[in-house]
Design a protein around this ligand. Structure first.
Ligand code: ZN
Length: 446
């Protein structure tokens, strides 16, 4: 195709690209069933943070360059999207304790004793500290740049803490130190066979994220895209928090740390620091990944409060406690908006048609069906997709952007057939949603 690109270079830079991979059943890592988990998949090496935010708020998540949205209604262990409102966060006692313990270790008993004498706190300061835990102060207290170093009269030199602790947010590039630390972590904490982790696998998993940028936010700079929060102690890399920074949210992707520091509870330390980041740089929300109610190992996420769960059907958020928790205790798939709709239908006798409450047939092979026939929750219907202008959705062909309608035979392709090009494109549009469709292009043949 020699036709010139239908959009200018500036518009092209603001597009996210998606290659549709389709709906698939896979084994479940939580209950170990062979094909219990069903998701729609797409891949991309070019997603903008603002588009990823729209996807996350629609139930998507990424693992490296693989993007997926689970069909919660047809999966053994439904993955609910979880988010914390950073400004309302109240740390629990064990969380406050973890950070205080770490700060004490970094500063060391000698430093703490001498500093108390050389730069004493006022009585008010002491009293305030005793009754108030300030998250931002606690998170940054032991960072070397914030540690007061008065001259020690004994040595005539600045008073030094026991350890030099530094935390820096860097690009998500791969390095030997990160890879070595990652392997050590996987082998010790997850007891994994290291032969499965070559540099390229690590790079694909944790160093190929969203497009990165730094934008002005008043006097400060604000980061967007995929970054690594690197923790160093005495110059040595000891932990890395992999983060996706979106316009209105900090999303935690992964954390790996030196197993030698396991007793310091880096899971808690990093989560608190990431909530602090959401507060300081006004990202507002903190996303800890999916929440799987049946998985005991995930319950720790509920200890960061207040948490909200994305309703798989309405796209609204419900508190993760009370009604929602009680319902999740008895059935795996819960949509409070659906429950309310059904309850309203039951009381209203004039309801013309009663919505089916039946659960999907587990023996039905859903991989053969179109996602429109599956009625996957949180996905556009065929009618809604037909109302979009798919003819003018962008398609990347040999590095050039064209419109779908430029494809030979496009107009005659059957949209209902999930194997036809138009069917594949329509399914991708349905799962991405209308806002992302407007600002994206499809990769099919390249
Ligand atoms: Zn499962």
């Amino acid at each position: 195709m020699d036709s010139p690109s239908v959009v200018d270079a500036e518009t092209a830079r603001k597009l996210s690209l998606f290659r549709p991979l389709g709906y698939q059943r896979n084994s479940c890592g939580y209950c170990k069933s062979d094909n219990g988990s069903a998701s729609y998949y797409a891949s991309s090496v070019a997603v903008l943070p603002e588009h990823y935010e729209l996807l996350v708020n629609g139930g998507w998540r990424r693992s490296g360059t693989l993007y997926y949205k689970q069909n919660l209604q047809r999966s053994c262990c439904p993955h609910y999207t979880l988010r914390l409102e950073a400004s309302a966060f109240k740390p629990r006692k064990d969380q406050r304790k973890a950070i205080n313990r770490w700060n004490k270790f970094v500063l060391g008993p000698e430093y703490i004793r001498k500093a108390a004498r050389l730069c004493p706190k006022t009585r008010e300061e002491k009293k305030h500290r005793k009754c108030h835990f300030d998250l931002l102060t606690a998170v940054h207290e032991a960072e070397y740049a914030n540690v007061k170093r008065p001259i020690d009269p004994e040595t005539k030199r600045p008073l030094e803490p026991a350890h030099r602790f530094e935390v820096v947010i860097e690009g998500d590039s791969v390095s030997q130190a990160k890879f070595d630390l990652f392997r050590k972590y996987q082998a010790t904490i997850h007891r994994e066979d290291l032969s499965r982790w070559k540099t390229k696998d690590f790079t694909r998993f944790l160093c190929s994220g969203l497009k990165r940028s730094t934008v002005k936010n008043g006097p400060k700079e604000r980061k967007l895209g995929s970054w690594h929060q690197c923790y160093r102690l005495d110059g040595k890399l000891i932990a890395v928090g992999v983060l996706d920074l979106m316009p209105n949210g900090v999303s935690s992707v992964y954390l790996f740390y030196d197993p030698g520091y396991e007793k310091w509870e880096f899971g808690k330390l990093s989560a608190l620091r990431e909530v602090a980041l959401a507060l300081e740089d006004s990202y507002h929300y903190y996303y800890m990944g999916y929440y799987i109610h049946s998985c005991q190992k995930m319950r720790y996420k509920a200890a960061y409060r207040p948490q909200f769960i994305l309703d798989p059907e309405s796209g609204t958020w419900d508190p993760l406690d009370g009604e929602l928790t009680r319902k999740l205790d008895v059935r795996p798939y819960v949509s409070l908006s659906r429950d309310r709709r059904l309850a309203a239908q039951t009381v209203s006798e004039s309801a013309p048609e009663k919505e089916s409450t039946a659960q999907p047939d587990p023996d039905e092979n859903d991989e053969d069906l179109s996602i429109f026939d599956l009625h996957m929750p949180g996905v556009m219907t065929l009618e809604e997709v037909e109302a979009l202008d798919l003819d003018h959705w962008l398609l990347l062909v040999h590095g050039t952007l064209v419109h779908m309608i430029d494809l030979v035979g496009w107009e005659r392709m059957p949209i209902q057939n999930p194997q036809s090009v138009k069917g594949i494109v329509a399914e991708l549009a349905a799962v991405l949603g209308p806002s992302v469709v407007k600002e994206s292009a499809v990769v099919l043949f390249d």
